[in-house]
Design a protein around this ligand. Sequence first.
Ligand SMILES: C[S@@+](CC[C@H](N)C(=O)[O-])C[C@H]1O[C@@H](n2cnc3c(N)ncnc32)[C@H](O)[C@@H]1O
Length: 372
Amino acid sequence: MIETKGDGEPKGASGLQNHHEHMLGHGFYNKHSREQGLANQHALPLLAEAVNAVAPAIAAADFRIADYGSAQGRNSLLPVKTAIKAIKKRWQPAPDITVIHTDLPGNDWTTLFQTVLTSPDSYLQGEAGVFSLASGASVYSRIFPANHIALGYSAIVEHWLSRRPPAIADHIWSTRTSGRTRAAWAAQARADWRGFLSHRAAELIPTGRLVVVGSGADPRGLSGAEPLIDLVNRVLEAMVREGSLLADEYGEMAIPTYYRTETEWREPFEDEGFLAASPLRLLHYQEFAEDDVYLAEYERSGDAQAFAREYTAFFRAAFEPSLFHALDGERGQAQRQQLIEEFSSRLREALAQDPPGYSARWWLNLMVIAKE
Ligand SMILES: C[S@@+](CC[C@H](N)C(=O)[O-])C[C@H]1O[C@@H](n2cnc3c(N)ncnc32)[C@H](O)[C@@H]1O
């Protein structure tokens, strides 16, 4: 259980006990994921179009929407609301609509349910005939019965790999690898994307649509967050030099994410064997660098400390559990937390020195996939 101080900063246990957890719990991700929230907004027109493409007769009785990798739910509210609006516009009377949020077993489900059931921004507010459920099964497994889902949606999820490939020498970020290590990470990402697609192929109804907002890499293979993550790496290296972090712990640290280039996202759809065996087709692809909401805020306010606080919280919300999973099991909970706090305050201090220099422009890949 993660406790939070009044200001929403996590204290006490860090959520490390469960490696089936990537995001910081207790609503912390919901509060510090504005960047991901903006990414979701790019998908709204695609979601409305996707609803209109589903075969009329198939969906009319009960329209099921899967939200693959929901985290604590806040960023899913508007996308789901947009889909519901399109469904209700298209079908009168409207079909019953079921929304199923999925994430890992250790996800902060309490916050997810509170958010969906009680947030004034929830898609449930003022709607009749809309039902909300959840599943804790991995997106790299089958989650639903065959031919079940009319609209699948997944935002900023598939860069998380199903397992962590070998550790990375002198870094924690997959885009900073080369040679055989890079190849091992790329191979895992390829297998996971294909696995993800094969399960969704079974779960979608014929004519069903899958809208994916991917966190990926530009043509040079960069995620756009390298200035931030290189800084994180330098902070960790300094902690090793000064002895607060063990070299062995640092050696095992690597965030299990991989940022696919356009070629890698498209790879299955360019492979004749895949196309012959799979009913899925890639209908739409676009990619671009996202604006940094935290930098924009800094440019308005000129407050470098506020930037550093928000940016550190963003990093922690997204990556802390997976990064510090590698800490020595001998460390007690209090010692682990102390080390994480030391890391966070060093990161904050460094970020405040040069907000524009550490700003991230995350590379996004938007895809619409159809089941024929
Ligand atoms: C960056 S968050 C995105 C959450 C939300 N969709 C959004 O846009 O804010 C990534 C989510 O993917 C989830 N995730 C990672 N690996 C997963 C897996 N194998 N199966 C299901 N969810 C997974 C994480 O637990 C986390 O909640």
